[in-house]
Design a protein around this ligand. Structure first.
Ligand SMILES: Cc1cc2nc3c(=O)[nH]c(=O)nc-3n(C[C@H](O)[C@H](O)[C@H](O)COP(=O)(O)OP(=O)(O)OC[C@H]3O[C@@H](n4cnc5c(N)ncnc54)[C@H](O)[C@@H]3O)c2cc1C
Length: 319
């Protein structure tokens, strides 16, 4: 029986996203426990595949895979999974991973655990811990049968960045079904992909609905500029159009790991906290002393956000 673990690698520019390296680390533990290999699957244009810590990297190229297209990528992934029949498929619980995980589960008739924060081997069984209700509950799931798919939340495992030895790279012929894909991606909305990457920012000034009005975003921006920090926010402020989507932190946005996360007028809902847990330092300003953000913060104040932003900006500018 095949005991391989296959990681669906997600490319980003000239590398792969951090969760890909995290999944490869856990895949190695699982494959060792089960006596299988670590396989990485790259669909479409690939950064250097030899940076992936896998035994074998499988690449599939086709014009329909040049930009992310749910239908094309799901068909190509299904083709490889059906062909190789790995015991477990690991994907990142990103927008792309959630999309592909659901399609693979249906087409390959395998159970899927989404929002997983742990995946382990218990003898031959696949056991996962999954977040429910935006992280309010954790559920432990033993997958029925001996095949499964887990979509894992970023930051759940340490990354395995340096390959122990260069992987074997195999080119897989694309399935003929790709020729029938009719979806044509038109690209990202203008400006979205030109923004800064807040996941790399060493310091973030983060804003929530407590700022009350879009006009006050400039007050937060002034502090961010004075500190050399970047501006980010909750899903609510991005929904209101105060900040672009690229600045949205949390479960449905991005996970950040700054050295300091300065939060102003953010309540600290579990979906938001999910994206900031790995910050080295969290400082919160919220007029409600019972706001859950204070449970996650090392330092906090119940000062008015606008007054504090102005006072801090002027102090930093005087230095
Ligand atoms: C499936 C799902 C996914 C989600 N994903 C995300 C996600 O990725 N990211 C995310 O952020 N949210 C997400 N949410 C939404 C989340 O549940 C919260 O609704 C959201 O985070 C709240 O945003 P907020 O803190 O800006 O606003 P609010 O919850 O309205 O909080 C505003 C805070 O400002 C404080 N305040 C008011 N006036 C002042 C003042 N003058 N000075 C200082 N403080 C003040 C208030 O006390 C309050 O605590 C998700 C929800 C669901 C259901």
């Amino acid at each position: 029986m095949n005991h391989d673990v296959l990681v669906l690698a997600e490319a980003a520019g000239d590398s792969f996203i951090d969760p890909t390296f995290e999944l490869l680390g856990r895949a190695r533990d699982l494959a060792t426990a089960w006596g299988g290999r670590v396989l990485a699957l790259v669909l479409g244009p690939s950064p250097d595949p030899s940076m992936l810590n896998a035994d074998v990297v499988l690449t599939v190229s086709h014009p329909k895979l040049d930009a992310y297209t749910p239908e094309a990528h799901a068909r190509a992934a299904q083709h490889v999974v059906a062909e190789l029949d790995p015991k477990l498929v690991l994907l990142a619980n990103t927008t792309e991973g959630m999309d592909l995980g659901a399609a693979l589960s249906l087409w390959c008739q395998r159970p899927l655990v989404a929002y997983a924060v742990d995946v382990r081997a218990e003898d031959d069984a696949i056991v996962a811990t999954s977040q429910l209700f935006g992280g309010r509950l954790l559920a432990e799931v033993a997958l029925e049968g001996d095949r499964g798919i887990c979509a894992v939340v970023g930051g759940s495992f340490p990354p395995a960045r340096v390959p122990t030895r260069p992987p074997v790279v195999e080119v897989v012929a694309p399935p003929v079904s790709l020729d029938g894909v009719t979806t044509v991606p038109r690209g990202m909305p203008p400006g979205e992909d030109e923004d800064i990457d807040i996941t790399k920012a060493p310091m973030l000034v983060a804003i929530g609905r407590g700022l009350k009005s879009q006009d006050n975003v400039a007050v937060a921006q002034a502090l961010a500029e004075a500190l050399g920090a970047s501006l980010s926010g909750t899903s609510q402020v991005c929904d209101l159009g105060w900040l672009p989507r690229t600045r949205h932190v949390g479960k449905s946005g991005v996970k950040v790991r700054p050295r300091a996360y300065l939060s102003f007028g953010i309540s600290g809902a579990p979906e938001h906290l999910e994206g900031i847990r790995e910050s080295e330092l969290i400082i919160a300003c919220n007029t409600d002393e019972a706001a859950p953000i204070f449970d996650a913060a090392q330092y906090g104040t119940t000062a008015d956000a606008i007054e504090l932003l102005r006072a801090l900006t002027s102090r930093v500018q005087q230095r």
